[in-house]
Ligand binder design. Structure first.
Ligand code: FAD
Length: 613
């Protein structure tokens, strides 16, 4: 009675004693014993402890940066020790203030296992229902006809929706306008080296979606310990991600790890019978009586043997991301409701990584060696709230300006899908070993800002993005050259000298006055915030830091309304808008979670399982 089985304990040390996995190392067990004031570490059974989280804490409030572990203690396993330790255990809680906790994370598995497990449970509960012999015999799948679903887009949302549906036995066709990672890699190489942009295979379009040639950060604001996030993470581990993402406070993959992971994901989907059609673009929906009955597709690779094809489906999951502006236009042609939403625009700042290491770690910066050392390359996260003063702002507003998609040891990349609209983002490899640190500095904007530039209607936000992307392309002079200015000159509204500090951006930078890019209230919000960031991170304003224009695609400018329970569009039956493009996610993990939930909702709608999982 009153007995708690699981406790969390914190271990904070200046040298890393761990192994980047769930198991405790011998060295970490020594540290755990010290925290517990248990005299003989070797008597503690390692399997009574599991690492829940590991982070490197370099906050200025700390005297010294520390490695911080959160370790779960299972008292039942400790009780297997010889009886004289029982007395010790009874004194644990009052003595060191351990926190009782319910270890929901232990019971959450990867998606494939969860669904298999549920199939088993349901099978036990409904033995032989439907009387057919497949592994889905427990479900209400009609024997004669498997439901047919199209998933449009192979980004995180589309992949996870496909996985769930295929595991439930749905006949899934995954349609992707871009190329598989192998070919996509060559197309991106041609863009970065020879400035040849393939409009359908680039940093935004292709297998894995926008998140493939990215930093692969797996941080999310939707609850790091929630069951849905953990099962997405465990699914990524199942397909090849390192176990460290399960415990790392700031989990990160990097492009080089994402590519093999996506191949394994693809193989698993194909093993489940998913038809994957790369180089195939959905141009239209086939709508009959307010219900989607299929899609019309065409060859987007220029190499396939068809010009246009109509395909029938029972339902369509739309997971196209927010760079597919043609899809928004197509949805409007069906009178679908689309709602403009707030997002953020700004510039991408790049510093020498060494400088960020020094700002964050002081003396310890020497111990960071190109991502090989135990101490991670330093990152930062800053935010500032700026009040519009009424003079330069056409309406009274409070905005936030924040760092976004920070890529330590990364590079700035071009995410345009046509040459006349220039936009950028950041990516990195797993070692984060480049000599630069980049991050977007983005200012929130709302429909009032779009209207102030005379953009109205459901796609006003898209027009707003496009306006600055066009201006940036013109200022750079074309050919993907990016307009750039040192942060000091930006603060002083002065054109930088033509010889700019070096940039990781491979397609060229051109000295330009970035004050000519945005309306004055956005420029001023950036200036005020950068000043504040320099207080927080002294040295942030320096001649060595370069601002690049323009960052416009921080999140979707549009939301496609849907029923919160069924995930079905509120204006078109049979259509399931998901992920970032539909306005329900912002980042790899949240898009994957949204796709996963949509998969479950649709499987339930198709009567493929009975319970909530
Ligand atoms: P997307 O990933 O955009 O996928 C949509 C897919 O649909 C694409 O593959 C596209 O080709 C396909 N498609 C579009 N239209 C059609 C059509 N008509 N027919 C067929 N297929 C179509 N997020 C993070 O969490 N961490 C990061 O480190 C990170 N870094 C990023 C770096 C870069 C360079 C970029 C561009 C984005 C980054 N993001 C990052 C954001 C993240 O990639 C997205 O939030 C996420 O990929 C959204 O997932 P999604 O599945 O909703 O859409």
């Amino acid at each position: 009675k009153g007995f708690w089985r699981f406790f969390k304990l914190g271990v904070s040390v200046d040298r890393d004693p761990g192994k980047d996995c769930l198991d405790v190392s011998d060295a970490l067990l020594q540290e755990v014993a010290k925290v517990l004031e248990f005299p003989v570490a070797s008597m503690l059974p390692p399997d009574a402890f599991t690492v829940l989280r590991k982070s490197f804490d370099a906050r200025k409030s700390q005297k010294e940066p520390r490695f911080v572990y959160t370790v779960e203690l299972d008292v039942i396993k400790l009780l297997n020790l010889e009886p004289r330790t029982w007395d010790f255990i009874s004194r644990l809680e009052p003595k060191i203030g351990l926190i009782e906790h319910t270890p929901n994370e232990r019971v959450v598995g990867d998606l494939v296992s969860i669904i298999h497990e549920n199939k088993k449970i349901n099978h036990d509960r409904f033995p032989g229902e439907n009387g057919h012999s497949s592994s889905l015999s427990s479900y209400k799948v009609p024997v004669t006809k498997k439901p047919k679903v199209a998933v449009v887009g192979s980004g995180p949302a589309g992949l996870f929706a496909s996985l769930v549906l295929a595991e439930f036995g749905v006949d899934v066709t995954l349609i992707e306008r871009g190329q598989p990672v192998e070919k996509r890699g060559r197309d991106i190489g041609a863009l970065v080296v020879r400035k040849i942009l393939q409009s359908e295979s680039n940093f935004c379009f292709g297998e894995g979606g926008a998140g493939t040639w990215s930093d692969g950060k797996l941080v999310t604001r939707i609850g790091r310990n929630s069951g849905c996030v953990l099962s997405v993470m465990k699914t990524l581990v199942r397909f090849g991600a390192p176990e460290s993402i399960l415990i790392d406070g700031k989990p990160h993959l990097g492009t080089d790890r994402l590519i093999p992971l996506l191949r394994n994901f693809r193989q698993h989907l194909q093993d489940l019978g998913v038809h994957i059609r790369f180089g195939t673009r959905v141009d239209d929906l086939i709508v009959e009586n307010g219900h989607v009955g299929g899609v019309s597709v065409s060859d987007s690779s220029g190499r396939l043997q068809f010009s246009s094809e109509k395909l029938g489906f029972d339902a369509v999951v739309l997971a196209v991301g927010h760079s597919a502006r043609d899809v928004y236009q197509m949805l409007l042609s069906h009178n679908m409701e689309l709602i403009p939403k707030d997002f953020a625009v700004g510039l991408r700042i790049e510093h020498p990584q060494e400088l960020i290491n020094i700002i964050q770690y002081s003396k310890l910066a020497n111990e960071v060696r190109n991502g090989h050392g135990k101490i991670p390359v330093a990152d930062y996260k800053v935010v500032e709230y700026v009040q519009g003063d009424g003079n330069n702002v056409p309406f009274s507003s409070q905005r936030s300006c924040y760092s976004f998609c920070m890529c330590p040891g990364g590079q700035v990349v071009v995410t345009s899908i046509n040459p006349s609209e220039l936009c950028i983002n950041g990516m990195s490899f797993s070692k984060r070993a480049s000599k630069w640190a980049n991050a977007a500095l983005a200012v929130t904007v709302s429909p009032k800002d779009f209207n102030a530039l005379n953009f109205y209607g459901p796609l006003a936000g898209v027009e707003f993005q496009r306006e600055f992307e066009k201006r940036a392309a013109t200022m750079g002079g074309g050919n993907f050259v990016v307009p750039a200015q040192t942060v000091k000159d930006f603060m002083n509204n002065k054109l930088s000298a033509t010889t700019l500090p070096s940039s990781s951006y491979r397609l060229g930078v051109k000295a330009s006055n970035l004050h000519e890019l945005f309306p004055i209230h956005i420029t001023e919000a950036l200036q005020q915030s950068i000043s504040a960031f320099d207080q927080e991170l002294p040295g942030f304003i320096t001649n060595d830091a370069l601002l690049h224009g323009v960052e416009t695609r921080t999140s979707s400018p549009v939301q496609i309304p849907r029923n919160p329970d069924t995930f079905e569009s509120t204006s078109l039956g049979g259509l399931y808008p998901v992920g970032e493009g539909a306005g329900y996610a912002g980042g790899i993990v949240s898009a994957a979670v949204d796709g996963m939930y949509a998969g479950f909702a649709l499987a339930k709608r198709l009567d493929l399982y009975n319970d909530d999982i």
